[in-house]
Design a protein around this ligand. Structure first.
Ligand SMILES: [Fe+2]
Ligand SMILES: [Fe+2]
Length: 350
């Protein structure tokens, strides 16, 4: 066997010119003993973001911005911007009388309302009204536009899976022909037709991969917490934890994202764990601490924070008298569907 290479040519440089590379020099980076996210634990304070939201609402027209949103960019994921590896969070502001143009994209999206009243989103022809604490779904390839007919600014958290969709190179986007959709069904009909999986329509209805429910209203979420109150222990890690479900399947609301809401009793101090799913959390109310890989994220009302995949974390409600409520979303359904979900209990970090 003879290599027959020009002795003056560096073989490593030679294979590089052929678009090849030596695997043996990359093994450690390509096959890690365990995941190491490029995302870091991070927290965004709502009371610091809010004045900037109001500033841009005053100075930037919605026609120019199209969507007036501050992206919450993880310091480890600046380009392209993302909040955790697969998911994104932003805070959107819309003023009375404003319309955000109708469009659709393959990314799954939802909104969780923070402040204000009187806006609605039209999703595939259904007007869905938004009140604080409501979770609204705009699943992939559903037309959606927003209109605010109330008083005062309205702010909500936008959650999307576009970092995952773009990594899969499966992203499509399209503008609607008109600025807004005309309603084609009665307002809020989907939330009225489904009573969260307990009474579902039994007539013929198209079943897709997403939850058919447009809005999971806060009034029902609050009722669920009240009904359980302190009668259940809940999870040692997450307290009283509910998942918003697709009433057809009992599974997550969309194929890539699980949305949850959890109540930490006064004085709750959770067990530590880690999982391959990444998580973004929003503080509905209360104040406390989440320790992520030894770093203490101190949160209070309306803040948003990120827990990267495989980071060890635990939640602590800092108040002995007030409960704390966290809204959370994770990419667990996507990871689990690929057979890559792992989770383990860890030693406490405090
Ligand atoms: Fe959108
Ligand atoms: Fe968790």
């Amino acid at each position: 066997m003879s290599a027959d290479l020009d002795p003056g040519v560096d073989p490593y440089a030679g294979i590089a010119t052929l678009g090849a590379a030596p695997l043996w020099r990359y093994l450690g980076g390509l096959f890690r003993s365990e995941p190491k996210s490029r995302a870091v634990a991070a927290l965004w304070r709502y009371d610091e973001l809010r004045p900037y939201l109001l500033h841009f609402a005053e100075t930037l027209s919605i026609a120019d911005a199209e969507r007036r949103v501050l992206m919450l960019v993880n310091p480890g994921l600046a380009d392209p911007p993302a909040t955790v590896n697969t998911l994104y969070a932003g805070v959107q502001i819309i003023l009375p009388g404003e319309t955000a143009q109708a469009h659709r994209h393959t990314s799954n999206a939802f909104r969780f309302v923070i402040e204000g009243d009187g806006a609605y989103t039209t999703v595939n022809g259904e007007r869905v009204h938004m009140r604080p604490g409501d979770l609204l779904l705009t699943p992939g390839w559903h037309w959606h536009d927003h209109y605010h007919e109330g008083d005062g600014p309205m702010m909500w958290l936008d959650g999307l899976d576009f970092p995952l969709v773009n990594a899969l190179e499966a992203g499509f986007f399209e503008l609607y022909g008109d600025r807004s959709q005309k309603p084609s069904v009665p307002d809020d009909i989907s939330a009225r037709q489904f009573t969260h999986g307990r009474l579902n329509p039994a007539w013929d209805m198209e079943r897709g991969v997403n939850s058919p429910v447009g809005n999971y209203p806060w009034t029902e979420t609050e009722r669920a917490f009240d009904a359980v109150a302190d009668a259940a222990e809940g999870s040692a890690i997450d307290g009283i934890l509910f998942e918003y479900t697709n009433p057809w399947t009992g599974g997550p609301v969309m194929p890539t994202v699980s949305c949850r809401i959890q109540r930490l009793r006064p004085g709750f101090s959770g067990a530590a764990h880690r999982h391959t799913a990444s998580t973004i959390l929003h503080v509905v109310r209360g104040e406390g601490t989440t320790i992520v890989d030894g770093q203490r994220l101190q949160w209070r009302d309306n803040d948003v924070f990120a827990v990267p995949g495989w980071a060890t974390y635990q939640h602590i409600n800092g108040s002995a008298s007030r409960d704390a409520v966290l809204f959370a979303y994770t990419d667990k359904p996507a990871i689990a569907a690929l057979g890559m979900y792992r989770e383990e209990l860890m030693e406490r970090q405090d």
